[in-house]
Design a protein around this ligand. Structure first.
Ligand SMILES: Cc1cc2nc3c(=O)[nH]c(=O)nc-3n(C[C@H](O)[C@H](O)[C@H](O)COP(=O)(O)OP(=O)(O)OC[C@H]3O[C@@H](n4cnc5c(N)ncnc54)[C@H](O)[C@@H]3O)c2cc1C
Length: 290
């Protein structure tokens, strides 16, 4: 077994990451809730150097004036229990679908992003919230848009000496709401075949000011639907938003994968249905609250 560290100060954690990144040894592995970490190591001895971050002061979900901050140690259960505006609905709906309650109690939202699974349920809602991640190292801090942070299947732009310290969500226009839909092979405790998150920001005339729609589990990295988002701008917010989803455009934007959970053809069909449902449900809900 390698060395195990559980610092209580961020500076000590960053120094440890910096030291191991500068040596020829494998980078120190970061451990948060462990719900992805341990399953990835089943059947083999854990011989890496480990940095357990669970004693660091990186918890909480706070309102920071012009943005929201989700600390690196905030769990899915904390998010579900937090009092948050309707722009968080998509992320809260996703949280309720991450494993069961035990997983939600231990698993962190940041761990979901750093693990960068194509089926990570936190990614589409956070893409639809325009989230950024804050990365810290002994050399300083930087912010990276979530869309640029996840670079491939289980690959991120995080350097070995960096720790993701928080997720930053810019505040959207007043009245913004969001939704999330997940399709799996059964209702609960299931890996997504397709999931969709949609956020609509309204203007004063109750038309779409900005829309962000992200689809996950169809490609190595979840994708935003830029042309659909543009087509929605200026449209009245009601269930009719669903009629603006063009099947061919969606197919081209997603180019879904074939795998054991579903064929590309099935994913095409499922993504179209889910995007339409998400917009119909969100448009109707926002229309009714006008
Ligand atoms: C039974 C079961 C069911 C599950 N169901 C779902 C599901 O339905 N949907 C879903 O999306 N996921 C699911 N998961 C996966 C997992 O629970 C989530 O991805 C969870 O959010 C991971 O968080 P964690 O804190 O446990 O991360 P960990 O396992 O501690 O870490 C995950 C990865 O991220 C890195 N890491 C963690 N925190 C940081 C940080 N702050 N900075 C840098 N790197 C970091 C770790 O080094 C590791 O590589 C399931 C897992 C299990 C075991």
């Amino acid at each position: 077994m390698g060395s195990y560290l559980r610092p209580t100060e961020l500076g000590d954690a960053l120094a440890a990451l910096g030291t191991s990144a500068a040596t020829a040894r494998a980078p120190r592995a970061i451990l948060a809730g462990g719900t992805d970490f341990y399953p990835a190591r089943v059947g083999r001895a854990i011989d890496e150097d480990i940095l357990d971050i669970t004693a660091l002061p990186l918890g909480g979900i706070d309102d920071r004036g012009d943005h929201w901050r989700i600390g690196a140690l905030a769990t899915w259960s904390e998010l579900i229990a937090a009092k948050l505006p309707p722009c968080f609905d998509a992320l809260k709906l996703a949280a309720r679908e991450v494993g069961g309650v035990q997983i939600q109690n231990a698993g962190t939202i940041a761990g979901n992003l750093c693990n960068a699974s194509p089926a990570a349920d936190g990614v589409p809602p956070l893409l639809a919230m325009n989230a950024e991640v804050e990365l810290a190292s002994a050399a300083g801090e930087r912010r990276v848009a979530l869309g640029a942070f996840i670079t491939g299947n289980r690959q991120t732009a995080r350097r070995a000496d960096e720790l993701l310290t928080s997720i930053r969500i810019p505040k959207p226009a007043p009245g913004t709401a969001s939704t999330f839909l997940k399709l799996g092979a059964r209702r609960y405790l299931v890996i997504s075949i397709v999931m969709v998150a949609a956020t609509i920001e309204p203007d004063e005339r109750h038309q779409v000011l900005r829309a962000r729609i992200a689809v996950g589990a169809c490609a190595p990295v979840a994708r935003r639907l830029a042309s659909l988002e543009s087509a929605l701008i200026g449209q009245p917010i009601d269930a009719g938003l669903a009629t603006l989803v063009a099947p061919e455009q969606l197919r081209q934007a997603l180019a879904p994968i074939d795998d054991v959970r579903g064929s590309a053809h099935y994913r095409d069909d499922a993504a179209l249905t889910l995007v339409r449902r998400a917009l119909a449900e969100l448009g109707a809900r926002m229309g009714a609250n006008q």
